[in-house]
Design a binder for this molecule. Structure first.
Ligand SMILES: Cc1cc2nc3c(=O)[nH]c(=O)nc-3n(C[C@H](O)[C@H](O)[C@H](O)COP(=O)(O)OP(=O)(O)OC[C@H]3O[C@@H](n4cnc5c(N)ncnc54)[C@H](O)[C@@H]3O)c2cc1C
Length: 300
């Protein structure tokens, strides 16, 4: 207290990041660390990313024929993964584990293990660590295949039919979700709805959502009327409008979802997937912490 009282002036410094850019090199000169990709310091970043840059740059300089070629390889390895982390850090980092515990035990707890088991807490933190390139062991005796982040990709590319970000497969309310694309601006995932599974009526106060049906028939429930959406149909779910999605068809439904902006939905799926048991009350509480509001069940 005396330390605070004896301090004459307090300064407040905002933490800022910068929008990612496509390239860092000009001829034989390049950037590294904050100069290349200033990011919110979430999840032990960005000094750690500056170190991973240095490793990738040293590898490229050791392996490439000339400096401009080395700098191209360095950018190929580092621009895309660091851009992903800039965007991911705007959404939040491994402290998502704190959000998950708070949502499950808003009035406090005696034993954190009883609220969210160690394995589930670890799954949330590890998901972020993998994205940041910390969870991957460097192969021994190799300076050419060392992995320094998520799949490097500086330009347009094609994501395979079965592929998902970081090979993630989530179980969300009995459905199988595979994240396909993630930036701060939008988040897309492939969903498989087994028969009789559903997402109960809810709304997104901060996001527009879309569902493109790839196979099967999904029922959109709006409270006013039910609508069937079949292969090739697009379901539009504007921000703030209540909607539920039900598979009453007796067969699997395959579809592509996306939301814009991403807000906290990616983190919500990480947290739900990590739950030992996805009880309705716990899922509703968690969703409310992540900008998704479920509606109370109809009376009677
Ligand atoms: C509050 C806060 C908490 C953070 N927590 C973490 C964390 O827990 N973990 C983590 O990994 N990262 C964290 N970071 C981020 C981390 O500090 C930076 O990512 C890291 O310091 C970037 O290193 P850098 O070498 O790229 O740049 P800097 O550390 O900024 O180094 C650039 C240097 O260049 C010097 N310089 C600038 N202009 C000139 C010039 N014209 N001539 C000569 N010298 C010049 C500067 O004085 C500075 O010393 C945090 C950042 C903040 C602000």
């Amino acid at each position: 207290m005396s330390l605070i009282q004896s301090t004459p002036v307090f300064w407040e410094y905002p933490v800022c990041d910068r929008e990612p850019i496509a390239g860092w090199s000009h001829g034989r000169v390049t950037l590294l660390g904050d100069a290349a990709h200033a990011m919110y310091p979430v999840g032990s970043n960005g000094a750690s990313q500056a170190i991973l840059d240095a490793v990738a740059l040293a590898d490229a300089l050791a392996d490439a024929g000339d400096v401009p070629e080395a700098l191209r390889r360095y950018e190929d390895a580092r621009v895309a993964p660091t851009s992903e982390i800039v965007y991911a850090n705007r959404v939040g980092g491994p402290e998502g584990v704190i959000d998950a515990v708070e949502a499950l035990a808003p009035d406090g707890f005696e034993d954190v293990e009883a609220v969210l088991a160690y394995a589930e807490r670890e799954a949330i933190v590890r998901g972020y660590a993998k994205k940041a390139g910390f969870a991957v062991a460097a192969p021994e005796n190799s300076n050419t295949t060392r992995r320094t982040g998520m799949t490097p990709s500086a330009g347009p590319d094609v994501i395979g039919a079965q592929a998902s970000l970081d090979d993630i497969v989530w179980n969300i309310l009995g459905q199988v979700y595979k994240p396909k694309q993630l930036t701060e601006r939008s988040f897309a995932w492939h969903a498989t709805f087994p028969p009789e599974t559903f997402v109960p009526p809810h709304f997104h106060p901060t996001q527009d959502e879309y569902v493109y049906i790839l196979d099967g028939e999904l029922t959109l429930v709006t409270g006013e009327a039910d609508h069937a959406a079949r292969a090739g149909d697009l379901v539009r779910l504007p921000m703030g409008r209540p909607h539920g999605l039900f598979n009453r068809s007796g067969a699997d439904v395959l579809c592509l979802f996306w939301v814009t902006p991403t807000a906290r939905l990616y983190n919500l799926f990480v947290a739900i997937d990590a739950m030992e048991e996805q009880t309705p009350d716990a899922v509703v509480a968690l969703a409310a912490q992540h900008e998704v509001e479920f509606l109370p069940p109809p009376e009677g």
